[in-house]
Every structure is written in structure tokens, then in C-alpha cells.
Write a new protein. Structure first.
Length: 245
């Protein structure tokens, strides 16, 4: 997969791209990341990419000329899908990550200041928000999207099953996990995990996944129910959980 990041701060990505999952994805040839400096497409001598908003108001707004020119250059270079990182975009989640991981190429456009001149939006295919909060710019959001997508690419994770069992992979939170020591400060690892009964462990993990999701994010269980992602076993486990309240 090819990903290009359009930004006025390309140096922001120097460290993260040389560490952990992203570095591994690049080294394995599963991911190629390039950076395009939006300032290179500014037309004035100061390489200005922002200006004051019409109608007044605080802050500065990203100018359409350099941003659109950078987007067009990215498309010409083969990056067919363009996404703006914007607080008003569609909420980024596991399904969005899986969808983007199937794209052969993707350009992520990082905003700054008070956001994009609204005319820029017509030149993108979608807008993505990583949450209901405001960052200083789109660069941290681009890294979130890039990391979430990269780990879904074939051959990137050391254990391919990891991506299938993590939180949100099936719409639910992941079950609790334990490692050595068997007892820590008076709290022991659940006995079922130590007996080697794989079916019992699978069922326990599914039950705990449902229980944790109900306790912390009940709306996820309802969404999974509506989408038909809960099995007959899940329904039985949910019934058992409701009786233990």
C-alpha cells in the first residue's frame, strides 16, 4: 500500500515512521510512505499557506491554492484516494481502518490553524475525524490513521491473529489479558486460563469481552446486535450476564 501525507510540517513524521509497526511495515515492503510539503505549492515569496478568514474571527485558515495544488500533484503521482483530516469528518473506527487498508493508495491531508478553506473539500474523497476533540493540526491524526491501517496489512504483525482478536475487530472490546507472574499482589490469573482447555478459554474470553463491552461501551453491543454480528452463543452469554447483575 502507498500512503502520502500532505503537510506543512514534514519533519513531524521523522521519528514515528522509523519505529515499531510502521517501520516494520515499510521494511517488509507492505507499506510505502511519502511526504509532500504543502508549502512547496504556495505561490508567494513567503510560501504562505494560510490567511485571515473572510468575515473576521480568530485564527487563520488554510488557503485553497497551495492545498489543492498539492492534492492534484499527489493524485498525478498515483494516489487515487484523498482524505482530509478534519474534526468535522466521519468518525474513524475499526471498520474505516479495514476499508482504507484495502485501498492500493491513499493521500492524507493535514490541516492546521482554524481548518481548511471550505472550497478545498470538493477536491477530496472523504473527511476523517479521529475523535470529538481538536488537535493542533492533522499530523497526529494522520499518524493514528496510518498506524491503524498499517497493522491490518498482510504480513505486518508478527501474529496475524492479533488483528482479529483486538478490541473493535468484531465491534466489541477485547477480553482481559494476563501474563506471568501467576499471582501479583494478591490477585491471581483466572483459573480457566491455566488449565489448557482451549474451548473453555475461548468461551471465557468471549463472555468477558461481552461483559467488558456492556460495562464500558454498551452502545457497541447494541450496534453489533443491530448489524447481526452477535452469534447464538453470544445471545446465550448475554442472557447469562444479565442474570448475574
Amino acid at each position: 500500500m502507498k500512503v502520502e501525507i500532505l503537510t506543512i510540517f514534514p519533519g513531524f513524521f521523522a521519528g514515528p515512521l522509523d519505529e515499531t509497526i510502521l517501520k516494520r511495515a515499510v521494511e517488509k515492503g507492505r507499506l510505502a510512505v511519502s511526504l509532500r510539503d504543502i508549502r512547496d505549492y504556495a505561490t508567494d515569496k513567503h510560501s504562505k499557506t494560510d490567511d485571515v478568514p473572510f468575515g473576521g474571527g480568530p485564527g487563520m485558515v488554510m488557503k485553497p491554492e497551495p492545498v489543492v495544488a498539492a492534492i492534484e500533484a499527489s493524485r498525478a503521482a498515483g494516489f487515487a484516494r484523498v482524505a482530509l483530516l478534519d474534526p468535522g469528518g466521519a468518525r474513524f473506527d475499526a471498520r474505516a481502518a479495514a476499508r482504507l487498508a484495502r485501498e492500493p493508495s491513499l493521500a492524507l491531508v493535514c490541516g492546521r490553524y482554524e481548518g481548511f478553506d471550505d472550497r478545498i473539500r470538493a477536491f477530496a474523497d472523504e473527511e476523517i475525524s479521529v475523535g470529538d476533540f481538536v488537535l493542533s493540526g492533522g499530523e497526529p491524526a494522520a499518524l493514528v490513521v496510518l498506524d491503524a491501517v498499517a497493522r491490518l496489512l498482510e504480513g505486518v504483525l508478527g501474529n496475524e491473529a492479533s488483528a482479529q482478536t483486538e478490541s473493535f475487530a468484531d465491534g466489541l472490546l477485547e477480553a482481559p489479558a494476563f501474563t506471568r507472574p501467576r499471582e501479583f499482589r494478591g490477585v491471581a490469573v483466572p483459573e480457566v486460563l491455566t488449565r489448557g482447555d482451549h474451548e473453555a478459554i475461548r468461551r471465557w474470553r468471549r463472555r468477558e469481552s461481552l461483559a467488558r463491552t456492556i460495562a464500558r461501551r454498551p452502545e457497541l453491543v447494541e450496534a453489533a446486535r443491530r448489524d447481526g454480528r452477535l452469534s447464538a452463543e453470544d445471545a446465550k452469554l448475554l442472557d447469562e450476564l444479565s442474570k448475574t447483575k
